[in-house]
Design a protein around this ligand. Structure first.
Ligand code: MLT
Length: 204
């Protein structure tokens, strides 16, 4: 039941925690593998391809327009991705309780949805350029989870109030959260890589 096209790369066997890589709109399962390997050298890497196609561009959930999300689809595909991750852990033999996510843009948004709807899926997450998609009436218990939000001060896609609102939602749910503002737009910078590397090194 490995329902997503994906790549899996084993770790070096030295028990580094596994990493789930979630690409942005128009990306695919190959995009983040080099970055994941750089940031988490010994970790098993699981990298699915989003199964929604927006004019040929893979994504992890549907939207009606930029910033206007199909929330029913978000919820359904979040469940499907959580089931895929659990099945992949059994198939490949990595520890699902130590899984961290590294998600960019649409991939950061589905990682945030995993934390909100299927919190058992992840123990930590680096969210690169996330925005608020779901606002559940009932927050999960995220005690013990570590979440880092990396946002661009000049991001034309992410409304400026979204990163602090998302950070606050995670804090209210009990997670340990930090929000970093980088002097950039939606694209990633060297500063993102350094912050993400430091965060992930603290996981192992
Ligand atoms: C989304 O649709 O998830 C966000 O707008 C980010 C993106 O452009 O993919």
């Amino acid at each position: 039941s490995l329902s997503y096209l994906h790549r899996f790369e084993p770790g070096d066997g030295a028990k580094a925690p596994p990493l789930l890589l979630l690409h942005g709109t128009g990306g695919n399962e190959n995009d983040l593998l080099p970055l994941g390997r750089q940031l988490a050298p010994g970790s098993p890497l699981l990298s699915p391809r989003g199964d929604v196609s927006e004019h040929g561009m893979p994504r992890f959930f549907r939207r009606f327009a930029e910033g206007v999300f199909d929330l029913k689809d978000v919820a359904q595909r979040t469940q499907a991705l959580a089931d895929f991750v659990a099945a992949a852990a059994r198939e490949y033999g990595f520890d699902p309780n130590r899984l961290a996510a590294l998600g960019y843009s649409n991939g950061a948004n589905i990682a945030a949805s995993l934390l909100l709807l299927r919190p058992e899926s992840l123990t930590a997450a680096v969210l690169l350029r996330p925005m608020v998609v779901l606002e559940p009436k009932q927050l999960p218990d995220l005690t013990g989870k570590r979440i880092s939000l990396l946002s661009g001060r000049h991001d034309p896609i992410v409304p400026v109030d979204h990163p602090p609102r998302l950070a606050e939602m995670f804090r209210r749910a009990g997670a340990s959260v930090d929000l970093h503002w980088l002097d950039t737009g939606h694209q990633l910078t060297e500063g993102d890589l350094q912050l993400a590397a430091g965060f992930l090194a603290a996981e192992s």
